[in-house]
Write a protein that binds this ligand. Structure first.
Ligand SMILES: Nc1ncnc2c1ncn2[C@@H]1O[C@H](COP(=O)(O)OP(=O)(O)OP(=O)(O)O)[C@@H](O)[C@H]1O
Ligand SMILES: [Mg+2]
Length: 407
């Protein structure tokens, strides 16, 4: 139970939605309390206010925990803000000790991705737990956390953005909320009146497709249809390479395959545009002839001819080809960032913003945009791994170098 608390005032002004939450929380808190919805909608902010208010009414000698995917994200998303909200007098913490003190209550800090976190929690008897971005937790960890919340009146507070409707948190908790002791409230980006309207407009433009539905509209929805529905030949394919806007650099991105196709893209990256100037694509299976790494290297060299290549960005699993490129000592190699969903989201944003162009000679890339689809039967966010080789090398280019420049 959250008492009418003059201390709320010290947390400055709240949005209408945040005020509504605080009003509903008076007497309305449950064992599991979840705020979900769009990005930047004010969930973390108000959940930390609620955590502060609640904890002040809880015993000092009990055990509390705050968790996120990693300690780094916990610090970045929550602890620094908590310090501002509660004031240094009321909250102090040490990441190296993995402990903090909030209004005189000792708080354990854990990153759930830490291999030791689970075994540590297994022995605890908890009064309260705070979870940042629950959909990034494993179901096992979350279940265990709940099972440790065994003190009378123990509560869990958490925030999350929506995910796939088959995500364990949706099916095992949100969809069963009527059977559980569960409180939930949805926050949308437009609820957050503290954000600059121009920033909100720009943010809305940055998310596309399924990511727009989840992160802006707050919907738990599946990824369906084309992965890049925003790709439009009229808009993204050019006959003539446009003049550079300055500070240009050249890259080659590679998705390596031996029997599966190998795709390489030559890119010019300037101040605000990435242009795929040329590509090379080869399928060992279709040609009934596998090429050796040396033969691939010859093709790489041909693609690079006439350009000063800053680095070759390559599929991190292509160990033998990476060794071959390094042995020749001609190109710098950079292993690609291979986080698939983040990469797809970023590539979609760049396409949507008109920041990527494709020369019309890049036939394989253009063709794959038309066939690269989500696997609607998988129940998770997965793409159909077919005709995805140019798609992968494009994603490597975006995630590893272009995103940092163009966003
Ligand atoms: N009551 C408030 N007073 C002042 N600023 C606020 C308030 N609530 C939210 N904000 C501002 O809005 C930003 C977004 O809020 P918050 O981080 O709580 O959103 P979120 O819903 O947790 O977003 P995400 O899903 O991206 O984690 C904060 O960084 C802060 O600048
Ligand atoms: Mg948040």
């Amino acid at each position: 139970m959250v008492k009418e608390c003059c201390e709320i005032r010290r947390y400055k002004k709240l949005t209408d939605k945040q005020n509504e939450l605080m009003a509903r929380a008076k007497g309305g808190l449950r064992r599991i309390n979840i705020l979900h919805g769009s990005v930047r909608s004010g969930k973390t902010w108000i959940s930390l206010v609620l955590w502060c208010v609640w904890i002040q009414n809880m015993p000092r000698d009990k055990t509390y925990i705050m968790t996120a995917k990693t300690l780094t994200t916990l610090k970045r998303n929550c602890l620094d803000l908590l310090e501002t909200l509660a004031g240094k007098k009321n909250f102090s913490y040490s990441i190296s000790k993995k402990e903090g003190v909030l209004y005189g209550r000792k708080i354990y800090l854990e990153g759930v991705a830490d291999s030791e976190a689970e075994s540590k929690i297994r022995g605890m008897t908890l009064q309260g737990a705070y979870c940042d971005e629950i959909t990034l937790f494993t179901e096992e960890f979350f279940n265990m956390l709940l099972s440790r919340l065994s003190e009378p009146g123990a509560k869990l507070f958490g925030t999350t953005n929506p995910d796939n409707p088959n995500h364990w948190f949706k099916t095992s908790y949100i969809d069963r909320r009527d059977e559980l002791d569960f409180f939930m409230m949805e926050f949308l980006i437009d609820d957050n009146t503290f954000l600059d309207p121009h920033y909100v407009e720009e943010l809305k433009k940055e998310y596309t497709g399924v990511f727009y539905k989840r992160f802006i509209l707050g919907e738990w929805c599946s990824a369906e249809g084309l992965v890049y529905p925003m790709f439009d030949e009229e808009r993204h394919v050019v006959k003539d390479i446009p003049e550079s806007c300055g500070v240009e650099e050249y890259y080659i991105s590679v998705d390596y395959g031996t029997l599966n196709p190998c795709s390489m893209g030559l890119w010019r990256l300037d101040k605000n545009l990435g242009v795929r100037i040329a590509e090379w694509y080869y399928s060992g299976r279709q040609n009934k002839k596998q090429l050796t790494d040396e033969e691939y290297y010859e093709q790489l060299r041909k693609l690079a001819e006439g350009y000063n290549i800053k680095c070759v960005i390559i599929d991190p699993s292509a160990a033998s080809f990476i060794t071959t490129i390094r042995r020749h000592g001609e190109f710098t190699v950079r292993k690609a960032n291979n986080s698939v969903l983040d990469g797809i989201r970023l590539t979609g944003t760049l396409l949507q913003g008109g920041k990527l162009l494709f020369h019309n000679s890049c036939k394989n890339a253009i063709k794959e945009f038309g066939t690269y689809v989500w696997d609607e039967r998988s129940g998770e966010d997965k793409v159909i791994k077919e005709f995805d080789h140019a798609m992968d090398d494009i994603r490597y280019f975006c995630s590893t170098v272009a995103g940092k420049r163009l966003l």
